[in-house]
Design a protein around this ligand. Structure first.
Ligand code: SF4
Length: 508
């Protein structure tokens, strides 16, 4: 894989044959993976909807990562509304930046605020002014320019403008081409962001040559690198998640660097002084780690996500295997599992037998289902934002899900509402930020992730059980919502097949 000569990353529909429209069972979807749907034949890749209620935008998801970077100013080259989502993240991002570095600034963003006149005349002048203002006013290490649909449609030559401006600014300028109309797969955003980082921020750091002055320094440095792993964090992870994964890897003798979220721009240079890139989630990272292996020779591991005890065991063992630390890992896993078993006993009594529906990112929902099965709960349905080959390892940790329904849909709340009405789960575990409709079903809801809570590693299993226990014991708020508010869909819709609008799914 090498897309770095291109101006921007390809859409995931093309690169990974990612699917966003499927309705069936887990057995069927796994059959598709085995049949090689993602190898280029693209049977499921052609599936779509005759009617779609909503659509995701990769620009907004790109901002979820870009707004976390420290010592950077983000310029949104777009109409002002495109960046509105950032307002919801400002507080969290500032706090989390300061957990890494107490003197870190909060999120600094500017918008070029393109309007009708700019659509005719072009956005170049506003972009130039914004970049020079950001450099002069904030003196950041990096200025990130994320462009929305408008400049892409009117043909602003952003790369040439920024190349010219870089001769006038102290900051490095990183273009991120993430216009929303380019793809229906929001996760293309990860590739768009990494594309910019790979092109502009990733290069061998100079300090390695400096440190290699004496033989002793050289040996020390080589040893440090030989025991260092980069863990590719995601913006949905909390600091507690990071500390838990760091604790586990430290326990087997490894040091950890977290990138890309909350990193400093120069951290991407130092990240090349590592022996292994470890993905938390293939859906986020494959574009980055493949390019780093190809260009800098750092190997990578993409397998499972460390959510749920079996997935965490497997994640640790895979990493340990790379360094020959399997015995240390086995000892750690034994102790952690014993402690976890003890701690889960009281929650099993309450939660065993309860039926759950999970919705959100493909990797995360299937991995989180492992925690629920561990607690004796039954999985009745999934809804995944999209579906690609990275979902497969997560299924290994689940039992008896062949007949469980899975809906693949980016947003499309009407399909999920129909499914909830049919399946009648006892609890819903679902992506944060989109639950205003589902709460009206009167179900207890546990967010699938939360920036202030721990979900990963062994402590994450305990925390999910503890919080699930709490929300299931008291869901009066949602019950009252269901009593006094109406769901937005007609009665007739609930009598229809939830997948009635999906087309070209013939291969299944
Ligand atoms: S789809 Fe285009 S116009 Fe709409 S928010 Fe995304 S980038 Fe902006």
């Amino acid at each position: 894989m090498n897309y770095l000569d291109a101006k921007s990353a390809p859409a995931r529909e093309d690169r990974l044959k990612t699917n966003i429209a499927f309705g069936g069972t887990c057995a069927q979807i796994r059959g598709c993976i085995r049949a090689g749907c993602f190898s280029g034949k693209g049977c499921l890749n052609l599936a779509d909807r005759r009617f779609a209620e909503t659509q995701g935008c990769q620009f907004t998801l790109s901002l979820a990562i870009l707004n976390t970077l420290r010592n950077a100013v983000v310029i949104m080259h777009a109409p002002i509304g495109c960046g509105a989502c950032s307002i919801g993240n400002v507080g969290v991002n500032k706090t989390f930046k300061q957990l890494r570095d107490p003197s870190a600034e909060g999120v600094v963003w500017l918008s070029t605020n393109l309007d009708e006149v700019d659509v005719i005349n072009g956005g170049e002048r506003k972009l130039r002014e914004a970049v020079l203002y950001a450099d002069r006013e904030f003196r950041p290490e990096t200025i990130i320019v994320a462009n929305g649909c408008v400049p892409a449609l009117i043909g602003d030559d952003i790369d040439s403008i920024l190349a010219d401006l870089e001769t006038q600014t102290a900051a490095k300028i990183v273009p991120i081409h993430c216009e929303g109309f380019k793809t229906k797969v929001m996760a293309t955003a990860y590739d768009a962001v990494y594309h910019g980082i790979l092109k502009k921020l990733t290069k061998k750091p100079e300090r390695q040559q400096y440190l290699a002055e004496s033989d002793l320094d050289k040996i020390r440095e080589q040893y440090r690198i030989s025991r260092n792993v980069n863990v590719l964090n995601v913006s949905s992870m909390s600091r507690q998640d990071e500390l838990e994964l760091q604790r586990l890897l430290n326990a087997i003798g490894l040091n950890v660097t977290f990138i890309p979220c909350y990193a400093e721009p120069e951290d991407f240079e130092y990240s090349l002084e590592s022996s292994l890139n470890v993905s938390i989630c293939g859906t986020h990272d494959d574009y980055f780690v493949e390019h780093i292996r190809e260009n800098y020779g750092v190997p990578f591991l993409i397998d499972t996500i460390p959510i749920g005890r079996k997935n965490t065991d497997r994640w640790i063992l895979k990493i340990a295997g790379h360094f020959g630390l399997e015995k240390e890992a086995q000892r750690l896993i034994e102790v952690e599992n014993r402690l976890l078993d003890e701690s889960l006993k009281p929650f099993r009594k309450v939660l065993a037998g309860k039926r759950a529906f999970l919705a959100g990112g493909e990797v995360r929902i299937v991995a989180t289902a492992e925690i629920l099965q561990d607690l004796g709960m039954e999985i009745v349905g999934f809804k995944a934002h999209h579906f690609d080959r990275f979902i497969e390892p997560m299924f290994d940790s689940l039992d008896n899900v062949d007949d469980v329904v899975i809906d693949v849909a980016t947003n499309q709340p009407f399909e999920q509402s129909n499914l909830l009405n049919r399946l009648k789960p006892d609890v819903l575990i679902t992506h944060t930020g989109g639950n205003n409709i589902y709460a009206k079903h009167g179900l207890p809801i546990l967010p699938l992730f939360g920036p202030s809570y721990n979900y990963m590693g062994y402590s994450g299993v305990f925390e999910v059980a503890r919080r699930l226990n709490r929300v299931m014991r008291n869901c009066q708020f949602n019950k009252k919502l269901s009593r006094y508010t109406r769901l937005p869909f007609r009665k007739e819709w609930y009598e229809k097949d939830p997948f009635a609008y999906i087309k070209n799914q013939d291969a299944v």
